[in-house]
Write a protein that binds this ligand. Structure first.
Ligand SMILES: Cc1cc2nc3c(=O)[nH]c(=O)nc-3n(C[C@H](O)[C@H](O)[C@H](O)COP(=O)(O)O)c2cc1C
Length: 356
């Protein structure tokens, strides 16, 4: 029997991509979206930063930018959800159209640049979710982002940490969105080290007894010198985790010309291998000492497992949901169970970095 997604896929793919996104959010908000019981296999359970994830498969930042549908997302079987990127003030993002699909290659290019309702409204939405009883189980990450045009990024990030850290299981600061002019300058290792140090200090001030883990999200386009410099910076400032990778500005030759020429960040299948290699590199450069959230082009259990074996403690996806539907989450979990058993691992953490 075809699944709900298989039936509705032609409808969604006929819509403008951003409208399709809005319709899917509406389905989540109104309870029309499907629910899939999470795959509750102890082999998938994993503890990172002292927090227990019932499975290591999460939703990447950018889908639930305003933290409006966290509960509905957990009901799809995700072990964790990263809401955001949220900025201090509401912003509109770049003009539409700003999301483009290449259905054949299961790819997306976006140049959203963080349209969102801003920190205050975002916080209210998170509070609403946290007050829910019963609340679907899962770990909540919050991604914080710099307002367009901000010349002192630490000001934005500090304010976001102050306001949102008390509500998050972990916080990610984004230094790698290709659509915010100047943002990737923060990936200069010296600049990054100073920024990360300031943000860790702020986090420590805000959460005295129970510091929320602070992560940075990196680009797949880093040159080797930056990879090495950033890994050293992360180790020396004591960052809790890294998220690898964001979207790429590179364009494989096989993508159709009209799609390839769109400005923005490329995600989905064409990013998969590049991001897996980046995970492996960061795992090696940090001696496996810093937990990695691995993402970029995951569209199967095999892709997720490869990233775990390359060094990811947790994985995330976004673009593949557009092509495979929400049932992909539980499918990936089921396949992960099979791969872990096949390789004789008792739990996910045993596989992390096993082929780094
Ligand atoms: C429409 C869209 C919006 C996104 N917005 C964000 C964002 O706000 N913050 C962020 O760090 N990444 C954002 N991303 C990137 C994803 O979080 C992820 O890093 C990237 O898409 C690679 O994963 P995927 O191939 O599974 O999509 C966005 C991606 C897409 C497609």
């Amino acid at each position: 029997m075809p699944t709900l997604f298989q039936i509705t896929k032609p409808f969604f793919h006929a819509l403008d991509p951003e409208l399709a996104h809005t319709v899917s959010l509406l389905a989540m908000k109104t309870g029309v979206a499907p629910k899939y019981p999470a795959i509750d296999d102890p082999i998938l359970k994993t503890t990172v930063w002292g927090k227990t994830f019932h499975n290591p498969v999460g939703l990447a930042a950018g889908y639930d930018k305003n933290a409006e549908v966290i509960g509905a997302l957990f009901n799809l079987g995700f072990g964790f959800v990263e809401a955001g990127g949220v900025t201090t003030k509401p912003q509109k993002g770049l003009p539409k159209p700003r999301i483009f699909r290449d259905i054949e290659n299961e790819a997306i290019i976006n140049r959203m640049n963080f349209p969102n309702v801003g920190m205050q409204a975002f916080k209210k939405n998170v509070e609403k979710f946290l007050e829910k009883k019963p609340r679907p189980k899962g770990i909540l990450g919050i991604q914080i982002a710099m307002t367009s045009g901000q010349t002192e990024p630490e000001k934005d990030f500090k304010m976001l940490i102050r306001h949102l850290a008390p509500f998050a299981d972990y916080i990610v600061f984004n230094v790698s969105c290709p659509n915010t002019p100047g943002l990737r300058n923060l990936e200069d290792p010296e600049v990054f080290k100073e920024l990360a140090g300031i943000l860790i200090e702020e986090r420590n001030k805000v959460c005295k007894n129970n510091p929320v883990p602070l992560l940075a999200k990196f680009s797949p386009d880093l040159i080797p010198e930056r990879q090495e410099g950033l890994a050293q910076a992360c180790l020396s400032v004591g960052i809790d985790g890294i998220s690898v990778t964001n979207t790429t500005t590179q364009r494989p030759d096989y993508l159709p010309k009209d799609f390839r020429e769109r400005k923005g960040g490329l995600s989905g299948k064409p990013l998969n291998e590049r991001s897996t290699e980046m995970i492996r590199t960061f795992y090696q450069l940090t001696d496996g000492k810093i937990p990695i959230i691995g993402l970029g082009g995951i569209s199967s259990g095999k892709d997720a497992y490869d990233k775990i074996c390359a060094g990811a403690s947790l994985v995330q996806l976004y673009s593949a949901l557009v092509y495979h539907g929400p049932e992909l989450v539980t499918q990936i979990c089921r396949d992960l169970v099979a791969y872990l058993n096949e390789d004789g691992h008792a739990q996910v953490s045993d596989a992390v970095g096993s082929k780094a």
